[in-house]
Design a protein around this ligand. Structure first.
Ligand code: 56B
Length: 365
């Protein structure tokens, strides 16, 4: 029995001896991601956080976010993100965050997977968004769950066309992406009346509840690992789905949640790189040289879990420092994360990439 199960067992015994019922079913949902991240941070030896740089970075980030008026509206201002505040955007975001993983390539800029759309070549995350927009323009209902489940209509060939590349390199993990679509299409059809809106409504405006629902019902959202013998949850794509909804709808309608601040940073491969560049996070010599050599790190390896867990905790520390500077700042982990991702892309664009991002191939991020 794992520590977690022993804790529950003891807790229930204690409750019974005090004449209390089992866990309060009305207790607000928790994802445990932040708690797990702190556990990883407290037990990491290959990744360290630096408070001096974190305090300095908090000053810089707060100033830049205020200067840019950085808030949820920045989400819709991106050229490729959908703008309409309706169900089609809900389905677009769900499709996008179902597939929002592993775009990195060892090929050079010109040869790596890319999608040309609106006269621009898009790579990385934006290549996915461009591919979805291109498919919709070509009348392929790629954001409709019932389409994904219908293998007559939605053949592998159609999906290959949706994700076709404008270079010789195809999109990484195409087969895994097809599998995610098929699984999700079937579950939404069978359990949520073929509608993502029903899925959102089932969470009753709880961000944590929606994250837990996704992790529970869809294996392709169940992003967790085992660190020092304890189950740890990252739930990156489940969390970024909720965050994208919240941002796209400005916290209203389908994006209205009563506990949105329970969402943490999204443990991907881009923001950890930015946290390192800011001096907030550093790696042990063996891990540092492995990353600089572009050598792969196995999904689930302790090094990978330390990078992901410490990144989540680093953004929590940044959030706390920012609120010390400005207690009424309308800033949460989501906006800090979005800002750091966009900043990382700006620096990459300007050729200022410092340390490479770590190379783990997985469907989780
Ligand atoms: N933590 C975090 N990870 C993010 C994003 C985004 C894009 N979010 C948009 C929505 C609001 C923001 O303003 C962004 O415009 C993608 N990713 C992850 O990065 C990786 C792709 O990297 P590259 O290959 O270089 O594009 C991949 O794991 C992908 O899942 C984010 O925001 N936060």
């Amino acid at each position: 029995m794992s520590d977690d199960e022993v804790d529950h067992e003891l807790l229930d015994l204690l409750r019974k001896s005090l004449g209390l019922g089992p866990g309060d079913p009305n207790a607000p949902p928790e994802t445990k991601v932040l708690q797990n991240a702190e556990f990883i941070y407290d037990n990491s030896i290959d990744v360290a956080l630096d408070m001096r740089h974190t305090k300095l970075a908090a000053i810089q980030i707060l100033a830049q976010m205020q200067e840019r008026g950085y808030g949820t509206r920045a989400w819709s201002e991106h050229q490729l993100h959908p703008k309409s505040k309706d169900e089609s955007t809900v389905h677009f975001i769900f499709t996008m965050d179902l597939l929002n993983f592993s775009f990195w390539s060892e090929k050079s800029g010109e040869e790596r997977f890319a999608v040309t759309y609106q006269e621009k070549r898009w790579t990385g995350y934006w290549s996915l968004v461009a591919a979805l927009q291109r498919a919709l323009d070509e009348e392929i209902p790629i954001t409709t769950p019932s389409f994904w489940a219908d293998e007559e209509e939605c053949t592998d060939e159609v999906l290959q066309k949706v994700f076709r590349s404008d270079t010789d390199e195809e999109i990484p993990m195409l087969q895994e992406r097809i599998k995610c679509l098929r699984e999700a299409g079937q579950i939404i059809e069978e359990e949520f009346d073929s509608s993502v809106v029903t899925l959102i409504e089932d969470a009753k405006q709880s961000a944590a509840g929606l994250v837990n629902l996704l992790a529970e019902r869809f294996t392709c959202f169940r992003d967790e690992g085992k660190f020092e013998g304890k189950k740890v949850r990252f739930l990156k794509r489940a969390q970024i789905f909720v965050a994208d909804l919240w941002a796209a709808f400005d916290g209203e309608g389908y994006g209205e949640f009563n506990d949105i601040d329970k969402i943490t940073m999204f443990a991907d491969y881009r923001v950890p790189q930015m946290l390192h560049s800011l001096g907030c996070m550093s790696f042990s010599p063996p891990l540092d040289s492995r990353i600089r050599r572009h050598d792969p790190i196995q999904s689930g390896h302790s090094w990978e879990l330390q990078i992901r867990g410490c990144s989540i905790w680093a953004v929590e520390l940044l959030r706390r420092e920012i609120l010390k500077l400005q207690p009424d700042a309308k800033i949460n982990a989501i906006l800090i994360d979005f800002f750091l991702y966009d900043l990382a892309k700006e620096r990459e664009e300007a050729g200022e990439e410092a340390i490479p991002h770590h190379r783990t191939r997985s469907i989780w991020y």
